[in-house]
Design a protein around this ligand. Structure first.
Ligand code: SF4
Length: 227
C-alpha cells in the first residue's frame, strides 16, 4: 500500500495548554498567549504520513514488516495476535516550526514551544481514532522507537524507509542522530492490542512530564522476558 499523507486541522486544547505552561486564568500573560495561539492556528499545518502494513515474519525479538526488520522483544510480543501494523510519522509541521523560530524573547520561545507541543498533541488525538476506524484496528496501542531501551532510536531508520521519502511527503527530516526535524514530531507503529499498553509502563524514568501510565516494575518479567 502507498503511504497516505494528510493535513490535519490545526487545533489547540487551550485549557490543557494553559495548565501545562502553569498560566492561571488571571495571569498577565493570558493576552499574549492567546495572541500567539491565534497566530499559530492561522499558520499551522500539522501532517501525518502513514500506511497499512503487514508483518511477514516474527522471531524471538524481531518482526519483519514488508521485508524490513525491526528488532524489539516488546514490539514482537505486542504483535503476537496481529499481522497488521500502521507505521506513521506525525508532525506539528514546518510552517509552525518556522513561525516559532522567529521569536527571540525567552518567554515567547517558551510559549511557542508549548503551542507547537499542543498542536502536535491535538493532531495525534484527532488522527489516531480516524486511522483505527479506517483500517479496522479496533482497540489499539502505539510504540515509538527510542521510547524504550528495548526498541532503540536507531530503529527510526527502518521505520522511515518503510514509509518512503518522509521529508518529501510531510517535511520531516531524519537527522544522523535519529532525531526528527521538526522536533515536535512523533514516529512509531500503531497496532491492534487488547488491553492497554503504554511504553511508559516499562520505563522507570522518574519525574517525566510526558508520562502516560505508571511504571510497572514486574511487567517486563511477566509479559516480555524470553522464556
Ligand atoms: S515515562 Fe517518559 S521517557 Fe519514559 S516512555 Fe513514558 S514518555 Fe517516554
Amino acid at each position: 500500500m502507498d503511504t497516505i499523507v494528510k493535513i490535519i486541522p490545526c487545533e489547540v486544547d487551550k485549557e490543557q495548554l494553559f495548565q501545562k505552561l502553569h498560566i492561571k486564568p488571571d495571569s498577565r500573560f493570558v493576552e499574549k498567549l492567546d495572541e500567539m495561539i491565534e497566530q499559530a492556528l492561522e499558520v499551522g499545518k500539522p501532517k501525518i504520513a502513514y500506511k497499512l502494513s503487514y508483518v511477514d515474519e516474527k522471531g524471538d525479538d524481531f518482526v519483519v514488516v514488508e521485508g524490513i526488520k525491526f528488532t524489539s522483544r516488546v514490539l514482537r510480543v505486542n504483535l503476537e495476535d496481529t499481522f497488521k501494523v500502521v507505521p506513521f510519522v506525525v508532525t506539528c509541521g514546518r510552517e509552525l516550526e518556522e513561525w516559532a523560530g522567529k521569536f527571540t524573547d525567552t518567554l515567547d520561545m517558551f510559549f511557542a514551544d508549548g503551542i507547537m507541543e499542543a498542536v502536535l498533541r491535538a493532531a495525534r488525538n484527532r488522527v489516531f481514532p480516524e486511522i483505527d476506524e479506517e483500517f479496522g484496528l479496533g482497540h489499539s496501542s502505539n510504540m515509538n522507537p527510542g521510547s524504550l531501551k528495548d526498541w532503540p532510536i536507531k530503529e527510526q531508520k527502518p521505520l522511515f524507509r518503510l514509509l518512503g521519502d518522509v521529508q518529501a511527503l510531510i517535511g520531516v527530516e531524519l537527522k544522523d542522530s535519529f532525531l526528527m526535524s521538526p522536533i515536535k514530531s512523533v514516529s512509531g507503529f500503531r497496532f491492534p492490542k487488547e488491553g492497554s499498553f503504554e511504553s511508559c509502563q516499562l520505563c522507570p524514568r522518574k519525574d517525566c512530564p510526558g508520562r502516560k501510565a505508571p511504571y510497572d516494575k514486574n511487567l517486563y518479567e511477566e509479559k516480555y522476558r524470553k522464556k
